[in-house]
Ligand binder design. Structure first.
Ligand code: ADP
Length: 353
């Protein structure tokens, strides 16, 4: 079990790395959403949210049923790699339920009183979204148990021998928790989420739609073959797709180019050091390290993190899921191994000028 300080450091490192993956306008270094950000790319309802079909179809049913019964919807946990739309879907759920949306993140809730204050302020049937819910400390988590199950919290008033507890009733609400690490959530907390949905990397088709929609909103003339190529290079992640699109817009504006075609896309991606599989410098460094230093593996995640000089949690949360998804890395009980596909890819990218 890691200490609170280790967990906090781990979280800070992941946020730093995520900032390099995401549009810097999106979140501040403390992980909070920047109020001045361009939110226009965020879909506002289910119909403008491409991809994640199974998850969306399930959520539509639960939203419609809750609206029909005029009750708060059951609590939801959305888990999966960063940048796939967990926050966006949480907002969409609130929009579709026509209820207020209140957003916070676990690192921002420092004391049980902070959480009690948020809960007490919720209007009936509101959605409360807690990002990075795996980072809640245990005392705060325990307050959530009764809040989620019975819509009440036990508060301790006063200190020492004269301290007493008082029950505070809450309005019924829907908690939506988002996490990149379901395994880090305690069993009692997981069991209180009636709806548990996993989000996986997007297929190229869905990302192509997302990019075409974003290009329209941003006023970029993106050719269909350009949208598809960019989709293939976006690590299956809408946040990265939108970020790359914005960088391409910068180059197009700088060079006075009106139409974004394959030529421009290839030139910009090369400048950004992103290869044909969408891998960046760090992804390739990981593959090369396993292949060259550890003879293809297996190598333990701690040893790999130490040799690469990256945080273990960052490797596990941000880099590894995509490499495993692309069948470039295999995860076994003895550690990580590169696949034949990865070895071929490394050979190919190395032999290219
Ligand atoms: P997460 O909470 O999973 O880290 P977000 O919901 O913050 O991800 O999404 C990251 C960015 O990607 C947002 O700017 C959002 O607009 C965009 N995005 C995510 N999913 C989609 C989607 N299905 N369609 C369009 N844009 C999306």
């Amino acid at each position: 079990m890691s200490s609170a300080r280790e967990t906090a450091n781990e979280g800070a490192t992941i946020e730093r790395v995520m900032n390099s993956f995401q549009n810097p306008d999106e979140k501040n270094s403390d992980g909070k959403v920047n109020p001045t950000q361009d939110n226009s790319l965020r879909p506002q309802d289910f119909t403008s949210f491409p991809g994640q079909t199974r998850v969306v179809e399930n959520l539509k049913v639960y939203v419609s049923a809750a609206r029909g019964r005029k009750q708060a919807m059951d609590h939801v946990i959305l888990h999966g790699p960063p940048g796939l739309g967990k926050t966006t879907l949480a907002k969409i759920i609130a929009n579709e339920l026509h209820v207020p949306f209140v957003q916070t993140s676990a690192p921002a809730i420092e004391k049980t009183g902070d959480l009690a204050g948020i809960l007490a302020g919720l209007e009936p049937h509101s959605v409360l979204f807690i990002d990075e819910i795996h980072r809640l400390n245990i005392a705060i988590e325990e307050v959530l148990y009764s809040a989620m199950e019975d819509f009440c919290v036990d508060l301790t008033i006063g200190q020492g021998p004269s301290a007493r507890t008082a029950k505070m009733n809450l309005s019924p609400f829907t908690l939506i928790g988002a996490t990149t690490r379901l395994a880090k959530l305690s069993a009692p907390l997981i069991s209180r989420f009636g709806i548990q949905e996993h989000m996986d990397f997007y297929e190229t088709d869905a990302l192509t739609l997302i990019l075409s929609r974003s290009a329209d909103i941003l006023g970029i003339e993106l050719l269909p073959e350009g949208a598809e190529e960019l989709a293939k290079r976006s690590r299956g992640t809408p946040r990265i797709a939108n970020r790359l699109l914005k960088r391409i817009r910068d180059y197009a504006d700088f060079d006075g180019i009106k139409i974004v075609d394959l030529k421009l896309i290839h030139r910009v991606l090369e400048r950004l050091n992103i290869d044909e599989l969408g891998l960046d410098h760090m992804d390739r460094a990981i593959l090369e390290m396993i292949q060259e230093r550890y003879n293809g593996g297996p190598v333990g995640i701690e040893a790999l993190a130490a040799t690469i000089g990256e945080d273990k949690a960052t490797l596990e949360d941000i880099y590894e899921p995509f490499l495993v998804h692309q069948n470039l890395v295999m995860r076994g009980p003895r550690g990580r191994e590169v696949t034949a596909l990865a070895v071929n890819h490394l050979k190919k990218t190395k032999s290219e000028p």
